[in-house]
Design a protein around this ligand. Structure first.
Ligand SMILES: Cc1cc2nc3c(=O)[nH]c(=O)nc-3n(C[C@H](O)[C@H](O)[C@H](O)COP(=O)(O)OP(=O)(O)OC[C@H]3O[C@@H](n4cnc5c(N)ncnc54)[C@H](O)[C@@H]3O)c2cc1C
Length: 477
């Protein structure tokens, strides 16, 4: 069975001394032993992608952003956005820029969810052109919008002047055979034909110079791809939304919704927001406020880790060209080197022991040493390890749902939200602000439960990833 990059990275997605000097406070918790409920709780939080966002390397070393206040009065707005990840923040920004009165309530703080804990890859591609067959115009307007805005993370940073380490560094898809790269390129040939994707093929010396390794022979480079610090991107967008007039509230989970006469009232523990339109942007962290949103996706836990800033000799050895790296056809080690010279590596955690930072770090480092043998013995240390939740769908396009008139959902970004979540937020804002949802460049769906919610976790985390890891250990991939 071919293990595709989608299924494996889906996932995206060091410090040898866990619990020792310099370890993050979280690792100070006791190890997992029978009867130790604190450790069991900790393991469950890692297993479900619910660890504190303070563990995410993207919050380091700068720290957590100042909190937004909790909602403390009953207010009204034209549009209420529930959830401030990349999707909700972008929706709020573009609504506010269009002059719409918008409020945002976030259960924790902006960037707490997948948007503050992902792998940092900016991928300027779409996966499956067949999804557009079901669009009213066969996707023409959406594809035009994607062609114009697939660099949105870089563009938003430039326009609003925040610092999210969003760099159009190029995105290398490296393989060990010409055939692998040719069949990989064929998957997005339709985008190239439409002029939507700028690519270059490199090999030989050019590839060695970019990666610092002789491991791969061929690569396809997405020239408009790159990297981002998604926590700072989310917060940069949220701050821009606030500057444009959006009212943003943190520590304000929506707990209840009711509607009458075209007005919706969403309650938090202490207050409420009344709005003519409510958009849930809760992705894989949906709660039962709208029960349908908890059932329409396949949850999958993914992890990421950062090393401490690499020593100079390792920095010179590993990806000296500074591009983001993925491997073709199978990728267990998606890699970014960020502005601090840290490696960011990600994948799917093991079935038992998702909390085991050391195991996942050593697993990644075995690969690093294989690819860049000169790094063996260099002092490369784990900084932090964390997990998060991905919302997978049966189709390679996020869901935009109309539950009832005025009650919407924008969610389920599969494993790739750094471009799509802000872009879909922007496009949905344009539709809401224009008052004509029929003009949206994508169809509105009715939410529907998936038939077997644990399916992808079992297939990917329980079967495919362990098999691929074993194959990597044997040197067969
Ligand atoms: C480990 C990992 C690696 C990934 N790697 C990549 C990558 O490299 N590149 C890429 O493009 N994508 C990647 N992704 C996917 C990407 O992160 C997501 O698709 C994207 O962040 C989804 O954004 P969002 O705004 O829809 O959801 P989220 O960022 O998850 O935001 C949802 C928010 O809703 C809030 N919320 C939930 N319920 C309520 C409620 N009742 N009231 C108020 N607020 C509520 C939550 O607190 C949360 O902040 C990765 C994901 C993970 C987990």
């Amino acid at each position: 069975m071919a293990l595709s990059r989608r299924k494996l990275l889906l996932a995206g997605a060091g410090m040898a001394a866990i619990g020792g000097t310099g370890a993050h406070w979280w690792y100070g918790a006791p190890s997992l032993v029978e009867g130790d409920s604190a450790a069991r709780d900790k393991a469950a939080l890692f297993d479900r992608g619910l660890v504190p966002v303070e563990l995410s390397g993207w919050t380091m070393p700068e720290g957590i952003k100042p909190p937004y206040p909790a909602l403390a009065a009953d207010i009204t707005a034209d549009v209420l956005v529930v959830g401030a990840g990349l999707a909700g923040s972008s929706l709020a920004l573009h609504l506010a820029e269009a002059g719409v009165s918008v409020a945002v309530i976030e259960a924790r703080q902006p960037g707490w969810g997948a948007s503050g804990r992902n792998a940092g890859h900016v991928l300027p591609t779409l996966r499956d052109p067949s999804v557009f067959d079901g669009f009213p115009d066969r996707g023409r307007r959406f594809l035009d919008a994607f062609a114009e805005h697939h660099t949105l993370p870089f563009d938003l940073q430039a326009k609003h002047g925040f610092a999210a380490d969003a760099v159009r560094s190029g995105y290398i898809n490296a393989g060990t055979s010409a055939e692998d790269i040719a069949s990989f390129r064929a998957q997005t040939a339709w985008m190239e034909e439409r002029g939507m994707l700028r690519v270059a093929e490199i090999g030989g010396d050019a590839l060695r110079q970019a990666t610092g390794s002789a491991h791969w022979s061929h690569a396809l480079v997405y020239l408009d791809g790159g990297r981002v610090n998604p926590y700072r991107m989310t917060n940069g967008i949220a701050a821009a939304a606030a500057n444009a007039g959006a009212r943003i509230f943190g520590q304000s989970p929506a707990i209840d919704i009711d509607g009458a006469g075209g007005r919706w009232r969403v309650r938090t523990a202490t207050s409420s927001v009344t709005a003519s339109k409510v958009v849930f942007c809760t992705n894989a962290y949906a709660t039962a406020v709208v029960p349908a949103f908890t059932k329409g996706f396949y949850p999958l836990t993914a992890y990421a880790l950062t090393t401490k800033p690499l020593p100079a000799e390792a920095r010179r050895a590993i990806m000296p060209g500074g591009q983001t790296l993925a491997q073709v056809p199978i990728d267990l080690n998606p890699l970014v080197i960020d502005e601090h010279g840290r490696m960011v590596l990600s994948s799917i955690p093991k079935i038992y022991g998702a909390e085991d930072a050391q195991w996942h770090f050593e697993n990644q480092m075995a690969w690093v040493h294989d690819i860049w043998p000169e790094t063996r013995g260099m002092p490369i240390e784990l900084e932090t390890y964390w997990t998060g939740r991905v919302a997978l769908r049966d189709r390679e396009f996020p869901g935009v749902f109309e539950v009832q008139p005025g009650l919407y959902g924008l969610m389920y970004f599969n494993a790739w939200g750094n471009v799509m979540a802000p872009l879909m937020g922007k496009l949905f804002a344009e539709g809401l602000a224009g008052g004509d949802l029929a003009a949206l460049p994508f169809p509105l769906e009715k939410p529907a439960a998936v038939s077997n919610i644990g399916k992808q976790d079992r297939i990917i985390r329980h079967v495919m990833i362990p098999a691929a890891r074993q194959a990597q250990r044997w040197g067969t991939i």
